[in-house]
Design a binder for this molecule. Structure first.
Ligand SMILES: NC(=O)C1=CN([C@@H]2O[C@H](COP(=O)(O)OP(=O)(O)OC[C@H]3O[C@@H](n4cnc5c(N)ncnc54)[C@H](OP(=O)(O)O)[C@@H]3O)[C@@H](O)[C@H]2O)C=CC1
Ligand SMILES: N[C@@H](CC=O)C(=O)O
Length: 434
């Protein structure tokens, strides 16, 4: 007799795992109508079986022994929502080795070891889906793989970390303190177990590596991504940005010019008129420019229990549908293009610079001459007293410059007697071709 349910093993029962259980319980009938099978959560792996849980009905299913899931031949699908590399990687490879399909929300793992995992899945004829790993509840990976399959993507820009967007939005809108808002984001379940990976940009970098791999169809590696986080962004930077017409966001950029690619994550001044400037709180957005389609934008909650679990369960639905059709393991296309990375002289951007200088006649002229020597001209400048009039602060927005020229200018400024401190230097979005 044909099976009426598919058995699922859940690895992890934290923020996302709890959401997965809630959605499967609440939407069981709809899921069954779409896939033709009920989904039964058979076992849940946790670290601490004694911990009090929100979902009491699941308590009899908890285990601390991974073999209860990995070695149960009845379990056909494993959902990994533990996070991190170890032991998640071994669990996923172990599940695939035994012919189980895998759904994961783990961007750390997919950004670093995705190729190995997908190769193993292909060998075993299994599905591996990871929609929740980028931009939480936004179905962006499916959009890139399926929706843009007929186009050539030239640029992706993403606010892809909910925690940092929540922090920057509160600093900008309420003048809140960085450390206080980080604590709030942790309490709301947005931040990673180690929030350094959020605030220093590594989480966003992993997501951008995944987006660039799928969008440009090249084997992008995490070390190919230039990363700078938000821990150095001050309320003053945000205020000056506003004064000049910009919002500060932690922006992921993946850009292709001809065949050369650059991928970065850095605090970026975005013109207030750009749709990404009004993406606030835990919301994420991914802007995608395709040669044929032009500009598109995807928006939604980027973290949190239910939004993230929605993406996990929709992957699960795909696995079950594939199983019905007998096509598991056939939907994945490995990156097939050669990866050509830009060097720093090819990475063009406008910049926001904030420096403290001696309050002497001719200082601004010396600074602008230094920039002019590198062919960098200025779009906007503010100069004002600093440190009780003993020094001056110069805030500038440049026209387009290469990263190598700007790095040269910054290194030189650090040595100049008239410069007390280079306080900030951020990329400014806009000014280049799509
Ligand atoms: N939170 C979010 O908004 C989002 C998270 N993600 C990703 O989803 C994944 C899960 O995140 P999240 O739910 O927030 O994480 P949590 O820290 O809330 O939950 C982790 C779960 O894994 C269990 N666990 C941890 N280590 C082990 C281990 N060695 N063996 C067995 N079980 C273990 C924990 O057990 P116990 O309960 O006993 O402590 C807990 O149930 C991560 O990859 C994360 O990056 C993706 C998008 C958004
Ligand atoms: N910590 C991450 C969670 C989702 O990926 C974030 O804040 O975006």
């Amino acid at each position: 007799m044909e099976k009426q349910t598919i058995k699922l093993g859940l690895l992890g029962f934290g923020t996302v795992g709890t959401g997965v259980v809630r959605i499967i319980q609440a939407h069981q009938e709809d899921l069954q109508k779409q896939t033709g099978l009920g989904i039964e959560i058979t076992k849940i792996l946790v670290q601490d079986a004694e911990k009090s849980r929100n979902i009491v009905a699941m308590e009899g299913k908890l285990t601390t022994n991974p073999a209860d899931i990995l070695e149960d031949p009845e379990i056909e699908v494993v959902v990994e929502v533990i996070g991190g590399i170890h032991p998640a990687k071994d669990f996923i490879l172990g599940a695939l080795e035994r012919g189980k399909h895998v759904v994961t929300a783990n961007k750390d793992l997919m950004a670093l070891h995705g190729a190995e995992i997908l190769k193993k899945a292909q060998e075993k004829g299994c599905d591996v889906f990871y929609e929740a790993s980028v931009a939480g509840g936004i179905p962006i990976l499916r959009a890139l793989v399926e929706g843009f399959s007929s186009d050539r993507i030239t640029k992706m820009m993403g606010i892809v970390n909910g925690t940092t967007n929540y922090i920057l939005s509160k600093m900008s809108q309420e003048g809140a303190e960085y450390a206080d808002v980080l604590k709030e984001a942790q309490a709301l379940g947005y931040a990673e177990a180690n929030p350094t990976s959020d605030v220093e940009g590594y989480d966003a970098a992993r997501k951008m590596a995944i987006l660039a791999t799928l969008g440009f169809r090249v084997p992008m590696k995490l070390e190919d991504v230039d990363v700078k986080g938000i821990s150095g962004v001050s309320k003053e930077d945000i205020a000056y940005g506003k004064q000049l017409g910009y919002e500060v966001k932690l922006l992921g950029l993946a850009r292709r010019d001809a065949e050369a690619i650059e991928v970065s994550v850095q605090p970026t001044m975005i013109p207030k008129s750009h749709p990404l400037a009004s993406v606030n709180g835990v919301f994420n957005a991914v802007y995608v420019h395709g040669e044929a389609v032009g500009e598109t934008m995807f928006y939604g909650p980027g973290a949190g229990e239910l939004p993230t679990a929605t993406a996990v369960v929709s992957d699960l639905v795909t696995v079950v549908k594939n199983r019905k059709l007998g096509v598991n393991g056939r939907g994945m296309v490995a990156p097939y293009k050669e990866k050509i990375l830009k060097d720093d002289s090819q990475k063009l951007s406008k910049y926001f610079l904030r420096i403290v200088v001696a309050d002497k006649r001719g200082v601004l002229a010396q600074i602008t001459q230094l920039l002019a020597d590198k062919n960098i001209s200025l779009e906007q400048v503010i100069q004002q007293p600093y440190n009780n009039d003993k020094e001056a602060e110069i805030i500038m927005i440049t026209h387009l410059s290469s990263k190598s020229d700007m790095d040269g200018v910054l290194a030189y400024m650090e040595q100049m007697d008239i410069v007390t401190k280079v306080k900030s230097c951020y990329r400014v979005e806009g000014g280049e071709q799509k």
